[in-house]
Design a protein around this ligand. Structure first.
Ligand code: PMV
Length: 341
């Protein structure tokens, strides 16, 4: 699937990019700085080959307001969140023109499949190229972070760590690659249990948790231990350890979400049934574990040799609407003929 860009990729001031979605194994929930979108904790994720966003950007000196369209939809004045993000690119490039932005996901937007991660990573890459900037991957990750925390990780493929950083200006809060997609082949089977958009988005949910949960300090205090254990599991390619830490981090994050006021419950009965099915498979020796983000979809991480068994098991659960299988995906990249590199 490609964005049907009216944009000619050779055209100056225009570029097109693809970024893949990612799923955190060690979760991020809560910000240390809302303005700069700095995470309270680091996180570790896998980038997904099967889910991605294509985005095309063209700066137009004649245009006064940024215009956005999704897929074949009609052009609309871009939302403030998008315009603020483009303002960061305009400030870096020293340009003033507004932009035409076309974007398309090959999966349902806003339903807990990390569309903001792939979306802002693709926009960071296409937008900077269109503005005539060629940024390092680190700088791109810092930029993408300001659109959405998890987008910082989608700049890289494979297994990726997002560094919390300690600097107030966010200059050390960016992602780093841990292993490339072929260095530890893993599969992710996604069980979709609801296609609607989530009711409480991550930014609002995080604010509520930070402000009202009595457990938030426990969450931040225990993060480094999880990250350290996961780094070891990854460097040793130890699936059993990865599975244990992944489920621990997921359940700890959901317990944290539930402990705010009012508590956030992102699961439905099918999510819970799928969690139990994954645990049952693992107890029979199948190398699989689950994780769940701010939505009711379950993501089962497994060794590729058992992906079919996992998919079959999840598909048979009442309330699971569909499943998708993904291997680990690549870095965000320019598509079509790159304009400025
Ligand atoms: O980047 P955001 O604002 O969409 O937050 C992502 C939060 C989780 O998906 C729940 C966890 C994570 O680390 O991706």
């Amino acid at each position: 699937m490609t964005v049907k860009a009216e944009i000619e990729s050779q055209e100056q001031g225009a570029a097109q990019a693809r970024a893949h979605s990612n799923i955190a194994l060690v979760k991020y929930w809560g910000k240390r700085d809302k303005q700069l979108n700095l995470p309270a904790t680091g996180s570790i994720s896998v980038t997904l080959d099967a889910l991605y966003t294509d985005t095309a950007v063209r700066f137009d000196p004649e245009l006064t307001e940024d215009q956005f369209r999704y897929g074949d939809g009609s052009w609309q004045t871009a939302e403030p969140r998008l315009t603020r993000f483009l303002d960061l690119i305009r400030a870096m490039a020293g340009t003033h023109g507004a932009a035409w932005i076309e974007s398309q996901n090959n999966f349902a937007t806003g339903s807990g499949l990390a569309s903001s991660a792939s979306g802002f990573a693709a926009l960071a890459l296409a937008g900077t190229q269109a503005a005539g900037l060629t940024l390092s991957r680190t700088a791109l990750s810092m930029l993408a972070r300001q659109g959405s925390g998890s987008a910082a990780r989608s700049i890289f493929g494979g297994l990726v760590e997002m560094r919390r950083g300690t600097e107030a200006d966010g200059s050390d809060a960016h992602a780093v690659p841990l292993l490339g997609p072929d260095q530890w082949p893993l599969s992710v089977v996604i069980a979709i249990t609801d296609n609607r958009s989530k009711t409480v988005g991550s930014t609002e949910g995080m604010t509520r948790t930070v402000e009202t949960s009595p457990y938030f300090s426990g969450w931040t205090d225990s993060a480094e231990q999880d990250l350290e254990a996961m780094r070891h599991a990854i460097s040793a390619r130890n699936f059993e350890a990865l599975a244990e830490i992944t489920e621990h981090s997921c359940l700890k994050m959901h317990a944290l979400m539930m402990s705010g006021r009012p508590g956030l419950i992102y699961w439905n009965p099918a999510t819970l049934a799928a969690m139990q099915a994954v645990r049952e498979l693992r107890s029979q020796g199948v190398p699989v574990c689950f994780t769940i983000d701010a939505g009711p979809q379950l993501k089962a991480v497994c060794e590729p040799s058992v992906a079919e068994t996992v998919e079959r098991t999840l598909k048979a659960i009442p309330g699971v609407l569909e499943t998708r299988h993904s291997r680990l995906g690549p870095d965000a990249h320019l598509t079509g003929s790159p304009v400025c590199s």
